[in-house]
Design a protein around this ligand. Sequence first.
Ligand code: IPM
Ligand code: MG
Length: 376
Amino acid sequence: MKKKITILPGDGIGKEVTAEGKKVLEKIAVMFNHQFEFDEALIGHDAIEATGLPLPDETLHQLRNCDAILFGAVGHPKYDNDPTLKVRPEQGLLKMRKELGLYANLRPIKLFDELLEASSIKSEILKGSDILFFRELTGDVYFGEKGRKDGGNTAYDVMIYQRFEIERIAHKAFRAARTRKKKVTSVDKANVLESSRLWREVVQDIGRLYPDVQLEHQFVDSAAMKLIQNPRSFDVVLTGNLFGDILTDEASQIAGSMGMLASASVGDTVGLYEPIHGSAHDITGKGIANPLASILSAALLLDISFGLNEESGTVIKAVEQTLKQGYRTADIADSKTEKSKILTTREMGKRVIEQMGTPGMDPTALNTAKVVAATS
Ligand code: IPM
Ligand code: MG
């Protein structure tokens, strides 16, 4: 197979982890005899420094002309501490999602058994958790009108959804549920917000087309509580952009660490794959970031964008094997981890690649085949 993959390292640890994700893709190309051509483009703080814009036109052009995107992270402390700056790294990410029509963000929360002890949540509560989030990605308060008035002393961000935006992602969530435990939990704040009442109405309408799938609604505050109280009670979670952003960070604790969570953003055109963690400037340059979220994002890329199920499974299995052998990055190490098995970013990438030695391993770990079926 011949494919063009654009790597967008972005800022902070984005660069460090994406380098490992890319190496994994290169290894897959060699093992399975594919031709992956890579190019790189600027986004975020680096892009602002180089061009004045967080998403230069040249980057957008490259993204429109590739077959899949592996993205790292954007963000920089300079902006976090100065809210008056008008041009910001995150704008690059949001514009990219919007311009490429990436309206559905899939965040699989899959706990590797080996990491049961790495979470701050009790293992008997976590065991067996397997949740697939569908976070809407191009609407909501993120993209509604925003501004200031009263001489800058009043600020607003409009929470807005249109019927079609809810319909298209709801279809994807219900289709995914059909391949899993046949349950969709739609999360909103319909007791307060009008946009949530439309959300609930539309999800109910779409739900009627999938009578074999159980639909339940939860308010976001209660969902946040139930997620850590009883994560096994969730299968597919369908929610808007803002609630999805918050809940998936919370849910990352179910998978042990933010450093483990991969995501896929799909929609009208090319697919984008990224860890859910951010640029993490507190650990940037130390070589200790966990590359597994980027490596698992590469696995999602192979499966969802290229339909390479066996290749994807090979990557996931290699991650599983590496964890089984006791290797950890600092974020997922616990009191039982031997010191010599706490690896740097690069060492972890290398271990996973070594485990990929034999093709044809069981490609079931992340249920990605089912995700593909659901999103196509
Ligand atoms: C995410 C991130 C982004 C978001 C930020 C970096 C703009 O938190 O992908 O979850 O809020 O969507
Ligand atoms: Mg987030």
